[in-house]
Design a protein around this ligand. Sequence first.
Ligand SMILES: [Zn+2]
Length: 362
Amino acid sequence: MREHIWMPSRFYKGLTLPLTYLLQTFNRFIFKLFWISIEISSLNQSLLTCGTSDAPLILYFETLCIRRVAMIGKVDLVMWAKNGERTLPQVLKRIEEAIPHENVCHKILIDDHSIDRTIEIAKSFNWNVYPNPKSGIPSGANEALRHVDREFFVSIEQDVVLAKNWWEKIPPYMQEPSIAVAGGIRVFDNKILRILSEFYSERLGRQGEMEVCIDNTIYKTKIIKALGGFPNECPICTDTILYKKINWFTSYKWVIDSTVISLHLRKGIRDQLEHSRAMADKCKRTKLCSCYHTPHFTEPKLIIKPNPKFSVSNLSLVRMLITSPIRSFQVAVNKKCPEIFFVYPLIRFYILRGYLKRSKID
Ligand SMILES: [Zn+2]
């Protein structure tokens, strides 16, 4: 008797292949969904900020990219410095620790006519030093940009010690096509100043804002060059103006990740007082300056006709100085730091001095 052996017909063969493929794809999809949901739940505490409307985008991006090794290849590092011998060794050493050597192409330092050992220290860390053709941050930043030839570049300032997790967390943002610039935040090394800046940040945070900085920041070179480089309208507000130009006038975004915290070195309170006074004195008060307290995420139409109510007038600075003891008392009690009671009014006084000097010149 002939044994009946079942052989799959051509019809069955044709059906099995696509079914297997479909099952495999479905499996992969479920697997991915499972991991994404786990990642999202673990990110609930994340403080990422990029405007309220962009939060889902950032969360999605964070989920997919942040834990991967940065795959953006080599970047150029830029720095502009002036008499930075006190902090440069610590800052440059940390850059070497935080950014893998194999991911660094050029190291470009623009020296702003330093009279100390800035150039010598930079060269000892293998940085290429070029002179600032004029002086100030916009000129230094644009001269640095002129030497950049990689797709991405990183700017770090002479008094900022990069966060150890900076490289792992910030450059992956560059993989998102809509993001042009990304950076973390920084806190002062001085305890009192740190408490004060936390107070400012909390106040800004309540308005949905973040402090903008270009001292631990990565950029897409093409976009910055297309915008005409770093803004030179004001020698002080280069960061805020660039931030507003990108977020208001282009379809790109600047992301600030507050989970990446670098250290801002200051000599002490006196150093910060002088810094506040000099900033207020040198700010040109352009419509995009940080003295116009228009929210960063406001519609661009507001900037064309800035609301004068938002600008800082000398009168409002006097008012802030007069009321500063009340505010400083609140902060001193809340933060359990009695020194704040004296320091905050002093800072307000130095800022007013700077603005009054600028008003006389104008
Ligand atoms: Zn300004």
